[in-house]
Ligand binder design. Structure first.
Ligand code: PEP
Length: 253
């Protein structure tokens, strides 16, 4: 059974006090997460120790990083290695978010290195992919996303690829209030799974969790998550509101 995941991406938001309040509100909610479900919180790096302390002893709830450097250590002022996150208890790292691809020029080749760095220390990459509006309008989203996956991930072995979580996030739906319809999400998620099946075989492809991201909120999570190839969501804006994100976690199948 594939892991079903609700992942929060706080991005560069909230003061420490606001972060603490949000975590406390979330912890006051009653989650009944089962063995194959996880709630993951990609908080700003500086709040990671706080979040780890708050979630101590909580089953199926994890703190994640929003990015890491591809090297293990060295003269890279201001950067944080995947292994450093691992030593403080962070086992999930979001990679290749469209904002990082756009504002920090992250290429598929760089993301291949970052993904390998995260896997090498036994942690889980949450690898983001997704097309801009003009590609969707041209109807070439499948080949666009396929190229992102091939260029960054196909050097991995089958044992490695099953440890990667994919987040499909159409850029035109991120932070815009525009959500892909559940049919659009299912269609491209199934395509992504078929891309992995062609490279690694069907049984490997069936084990890969594929999350949808792009204006997921409490009101649409149930319908999107109910699609057979959608294994949860990566959530920006709505993850900053405790009641919204709690309902999104509870919408996991
Ligand atoms: C995101 O940043 O990954 C995201 C999906 O944002 P939003 O939910 O706000 O569209």
């Amino acid at each position: 059974m594939r892991k079903q995941i609700a992942a929060a991406n706080w991005k560069m938001n909230l003061s420490q006090k606001e972060a603490e309040n949000l975590l406390d509100q979330l912890l006051a909610s009653d989650f009944n997460l089962s063995e194959n479900q996880s709630a993951i919180f990609a908080v700003p790096a500086i709040y990671i120790p706080l979040a780890i302390q708050k979630f101590a002893g909580k089953q199926h709830m994890f703190v994640a990083a929003q990015n890491c450097h591809q090297k293990t250590n060295g003269a890279y002022t201001g950067e944080i290695a995947a292994s450093m996150y691992e030593t403080v208890g962070v086992k999930h790292i979001v990679l290749g978010h469209s904002e990082r691809r756009e504002y920090f020029n992250e290429s598929d080749a760089l993301l291949a290195e970052k993904t390998e760095a995260v896997l090498a220390i036994g942690s889980t990459p949450i690898f983001c992919c997704g097309e801009p509006l003009e590609i969707r309008e041209a109807g070439t989203q499948n080949s666009f996303v396929e190229a992102q996956l091939k260029n960054a991930l196909f050097q991995l072995s089958a044992e490695q690829i099953v440890r990667v979580v994919i987040a499909y996030e159409p850029i035109w739906a991120i932070g815009t209030g525009k959500t892909a319809t559940s049919a659009q999400a299912q269609e491209i998620h199934a395509y992504i799974r078929s891309v992995f099946a062609a490279q690694y075989g069907q049984s490997i492809a069936e084990q890969i969790s594929i999350l949808y991201g792009g204006s997921v909120k409490a009101a649409n999570a149930n319908e999107i998550f109910s699609q057979p190839d959608v294994d949860g969501g990566l959530v920006g804006g709505a993850s900053l509101i405790a009641t919204e994100f709690a309902a999104i976690i509870n919408a996991l199948k």
